[in-house]
Write a protein that binds this ligand. Structure first.
Ligand code: KIV
Length: 309
């Protein structure tokens, strides 16, 4: 039997079942955010099993201070782009603030749009046991739901900022109860965020579904980070739970400076980036003026008469 890989063979897709099996086998899960096709392709090449189209895009893509303004249309747009770039990864789309909390029917319709229009494979929502009546109809409709608890950024105003949750016994017990309630409602995985490692260990041991933590220590079944954070895109942002695996916040401006310098000095584009006519049509300094096109000038546009055809 040949051991050679068939390059035509489609890569094996990661599914909710794959993640469940990974937990059972003790294989750690790598999840990362992405918001477009290029990053989706690159993170997949880097081995991540799960791509999260997180509402963190409100902060890192849209430049807002928090995630609250992100809309269902925003997530659909970015999820669809991610789905075009990813061939193998399991794609999870975040349900934005107020797209699921108010009404289970709204939640079902919005989750359905993320799967149908956004081409995501699962949805994620923030909260505890109060989400059980919202999760159940989605699961019954065949939509896998990932829970997210602890430091839940959509509750920033209620929490009084991005603060570690569950440090005290009572709060820790509440978060553990919430995790169990999410699993009982049918969540296939849970993201514990911003909680002590001791608590995430207990949660991970108590649940049969995988935990994929952020700022929750090593004891989870997997880890998730915002891609811009792990690539060090913003040198002014370095919370304790983030590890930078690159410093693109330094190398991108350096590359941009080289580009600008070469544009200004005339070094770019060089001969190797230049096209030529097939035969010599013009003298070296001959200026070819386009023939004027007879177009009436429109207000504010300034006329199109110099567009070459
Ligand atoms: O929106 C997001 O990126 C997230 C992760 C931080 C878990 O929810």
């Amino acid at each position: 039997m040949s051991t050679q890989k068939d390059p035509q063979k489609a890569p094996k897709k990661v599914t909710a079942t794959t993640l469940q099996k990974m937990k059972v086998k003790g294989e750690r899960i790598s999840m990362v955010t992405a918001y477009d096709a290029t990053f989706a392709r690159l993170v997949e090449e880097g081995g991540a099993e799960v791509i999260l189209v997180g509402d963190s895009l409100g902060m890192v893509v849209q430049g807002e201070d928090n995630t609250l303004g992100v809309t269902i249309e925003d997530i659909i747009y970015h999820s669809r782009a991610v789905s075009r770039g990813a061939k193998r990864a399991h794609i999870v789309a975040d349900m934005p603030f107020m797209s699921y909390q108010a009404d289970p029917l709204d939640a079902l319709k919005n989750a359905g749009r993320l799967i149908k229009e956004g081409q995501a494979h699962a949805v994620k929502m923030e909260g505890g046991k109060e989400l059980a009546p919202i999760i159940r109809p989605l699961v019954q409709a065949g939509i896998p739901v990932m829970g997210h608890l602890g430091l839940t950024p959509q509750s920033i105003h209620a929490m009084g900022g991005f603060k570690v949750q569950g440090r005290e016994a009572e709060a820790a017990a509440r978060i553990l109860e919430d995790a169990k309630a999410l699993e009982a409602a049918g969540a296939y995985a849970i993201v514990p965020e911003g909680i002590p490692v001791e608590l995430s260990r207990v949660i991970t041991q108590a649940l049969s579904v995988p935990t994929i933590g952020i700022g929750a220590g090593i004891e989870c079944d997997g880890q998730v980070l915002v891609i811009y954070d792990l690539l060090g895109m913003d040198l002014s942002f370095k919370p304790k739970f983030v590890k930078r695996f690159e410093t693109l916040g330094k190398t991108i401006p350096e590359a941009m400076q080289s580009y600008t310098d070469q544009v200004k000095s005339g070094e770019f584009p060089a001969e190797e980036q230049t096209f030529h006519t097939k035969k010599q049509l013009f003298g070296p300094r001959e200026l070819v003026m386009p023939a004027p096109i007879d177009v009436e000038e429109e207000d504010g546009i300034g006329g199109l008469h110099e567009v070459p055809m």
